[in-house]
Design a protein around this ligand. Structure first.
Ligand code: FES
Length: 114
């Protein structure tokens, strides 16, 4: 089913898209590829129980890098590579909501409630 993770483990769905060859706002233009590489490496190195799924656009291009915790978890918006050590500490501690609160989806976004 579209939008559903393929495993029972929590999934970090992360956008690595350059839109229009970097001519439009996008997660990759805002640093997602570097952040995703560091976060993925850290998850593996620490043995954290998260799947990583790379996607091309979740329609929040101007707010990215865009990450969503699945299933039905929060959005994590605008995290940069320099934030990854802190993010890994929070993920390791099971504090996903705290991580999302540090990088919130703007409350006026239509998806903010879901
Ligand atoms: S380019 Fe990442 S959400 Fe659109």
């Amino acid at each position: 089913m579209p939008g559903q993770p393929s495993t029972d483990r929590p999934t970090l769905r992360m956008c690595v898209n350059f839109r229009a060859g970097d001519k439009l706002p996008s997660c990759a233009a805002r640093g997602s590829r570097e952040m995703v590489a560091a976060l993925s490496a850290g998850i593996e190195a620490r043995g954290l129980p998260f799947e990583v799924e790379l996607v091309h656009c979740m329609t929040k291009c101007h707010l990215g890098p865009t990450v969503r915790v699945l299933p039905e978890g929060p959005w994590i918006m605008g995290m940069q590579v320099a934030d990854v050590p802190r993010a890994l500490d929070l993920l390791e501690a099971g504090k996903v909501e705290e991580l999302a609160a540090a990088f919130p989806l703007p409350t006026d976004d239509p998806d903010a409630g879901g």
